[in-house]
Design a protein around this ligand. Structure first.
Ligand code: FES
Ligand code: FES
Length: 160
């Protein structure tokens, strides 16, 4: 059985028929070709597949594609500028070594977007708490935390 869904993806309208069992992760990667969102565990444990649905960070490997109708979905592709330039959050990750193999980075960065939207001045402990659903096997998290602290400072400057 298929369901017709229409939603906004990174600011553009999408209308698509999806199989009832399809995951949002598969809709994004396999149907719509947005492969920036990664799959690692596939069972809600690692956060690699994190995207925003109406500004809320969700694991797209657990989110039914049929439920995105009427929402605004943001993926890592939606953060870059019109000429592919990185957002200030992506730049902070690059500058602080917050990404090594890079597999966790899209999920980490989308979690950061949601965190800073809700709490523009997070403490280190609030950052670590926000990252509990995002696993990284490369960085040891220190660089990720530093990157998020830098992104928070950059966001502050941008708003002032
Ligand atoms: S791939 Fe979705 S949480 Fe790990
Ligand atoms: S940078 Fe490799 S898993 Fe995080």
């Amino acid at each position: 059985m298929t369901i017709e869904v229409s939603f906004e993806l990174n600011g553009f309208g999408v209308e698509v028929d999806v199989e009832a069992h399809l995951r949002l992760l598969d809709l994004l990667r396999d149907v719509l070709g947005e492969t920036g969102t990664k799959e690692a565990c596939g069972e809600g444990e690692c956060g690699a597949c994190t995207v925003l649905v109406d500004g809320r960070a969700v694991n797209s490997c657990l989110f039914p594609a049929g439920e995105v109708g009427g929402t605004a979905v943001t993926t890592i592709e939606g953060l870059t500028g019109s000429h592919g330039q990185p957002s200030f959050i992506q730049k902070a990750f690059l500058d602080h070594g917050g990404t090594q193999c890079g597999f966790c980075a899209p999920g980490m960065i989308m979690t950061t977007v949601a965190l800073l939207a809700e709490n523009p001045h997070p403490t280190e402990s609030e950052i670590r708490q926000a990252l509990t659903g995002n696993l990284c096997r490369c960085t040891g998290y220190y660089q990720v935390v530093e990157a998020i602290q830098e992104a928070a400072r950059a966001g502050q400057v941008a708003r002032s």
